[in-house]
Design a protein around this ligand. Sequence first.
Ligand code: IMP
Ligand code: MG
Length: 185
Amino acid sequence: LYTPETVECNGETFNIYLTKEELEARVAELGSELAEKYKGKNPIFIGVLNGAYIFLSDLMRQVDIPCEVDFLKLSSYGDEKVSSGEVTDLKDIDADIEGRNVVLVEDIVDTGLSMKYLVDKLQKKGPASIATVTLLHKTEATHHDVQLDYVGFPIPTLFVLGYGLDYAQEGRNLGQIYILDGDAD
Ligand code: IMP
Ligand code: MG
């Protein structure tokens, strides 16, 4: 795994915030909770590209029941560290989720706009249920009324990087979560 002590990304310095051990342990817990909850229900996991791909792949391998996966993609932050306040669809799911038990998986919930938009969008396709999972939740930044069923880690309102999360498309391959230097504690 690529797990340096500090990282330079787009001219800024980032330090370790959540280690690979902390991530592994929490992802395993979430996976068992989901397996327990969805036993016999053949859930379909829907990952939000690009950010959720690493978390989703680790999470699903901790879910020891039959299940399926599909992806959708939204426009994101662009290359900035603050939310644009707009959501655009870039790719829809291919699966038919009518009557299915959906588990929607995000990397991070910031303002809550993306997750709220996605739940509303998927709800229109007539699933039996939708549960939301996010690895990270910037609790104080969330001002949209969004339903979060499984949260990996509540975090402060700080820019984070790694384990799928990017800064202007870089840093997704880092094996743990990093935070902008000077923002920690
Ligand atoms: P929201 O719609 O404001 O909740 O923003 C959610 C999306 O913004 C996430 O899916 C991420 O793609 C991106 N995002 C939010 N905070 C961060 C961050 O700290 N680092 C990297 N991406 C982030
Ligand atoms: Mg995202």
